[in-house]
Write a protein that binds this ligand. Structure first.
Ligand code: NI
Length: 180
């Protein structure tokens, strides 16, 4: 197990299409997944894609902790998806705030499909097929975008909603104070 270095926006590995993984049961794939999970929990983050640790392969890891469910949907334990594919299940788009370990300290408002279907290979060689909505759907869309060289600012409609989370938290606190 090792904590890997995370590539930041501007590094070419984040801007390319990642390669398919020919054998999800390959021990080298398992070892990479373990390192990605350790790196994600250390950061800490909700998800991590292999290009973010300088490996252009179609692998993502994520988890949805209890406190991020907002009582809708279930928490999801650590999950690794290999060669994932996503299909929107509706036309409905929802704005939500996202951050990314490759853009440290920043957040932005990003439109995402509200409900998706996704399919992927698992490290044990099985296939997972799942429907997801809300935060779960958002996380999977964000992570899978990394495999196609897309970072969340590239999905934003209004770039004025991108900023440093610390500044935005301060601005929000001031706004709430003045509205009291
Ligand atoms: Ni990200």
């Amino acid at each position: 197990m090792a904590i890997l270095k995370i590539a930041r926006m501007g590094h070419p590995v984040l801007m390319q299409r990642a390669r398919e993984v020919p054998d999800p049961t390959d021990p080298a794939v398992h070892s990479l997944i373990n390192d990605m999970a350790e790196t994600m929990f250390d950061a800490p983050g909700i998800g991590l894609a292999a290009p973010q640790v300088h490996i252009p392969a179609r692998i993502v890891v994520f988890h949805i902790p209890d406190e991020r469910c907002n009582n809708i949907g279930e928490s999801i334990p650590l999950t690794a998806l290999i060669n994932p594919q996503i299909k929107p299940l509706c036309d409905e788009i929802e704005d939500g705030i996202e951050g990314c370990l490759s853009l440290p300290e920043m957040v932005g408002t990003v439109p995402r499909y509200k409900r998706i279907f996704y399919k992927a290979e698992l490290p044990d060689g099985n296939t997972i097929e799942r429907e997801a909505e809300g935060y779960h759907a958002r996380v999977v869309q964000h992570e899978c975008d990394h495999l196609d060289g897309i970072l969340y600012p590239m999905r934003m409609n209004d770039i004025s909603k991108l900023g440093y989370s610390e500044e935005m938290a301060k601005a929000k606190a001031l706004e709430e104070l003045s509205s009291e």
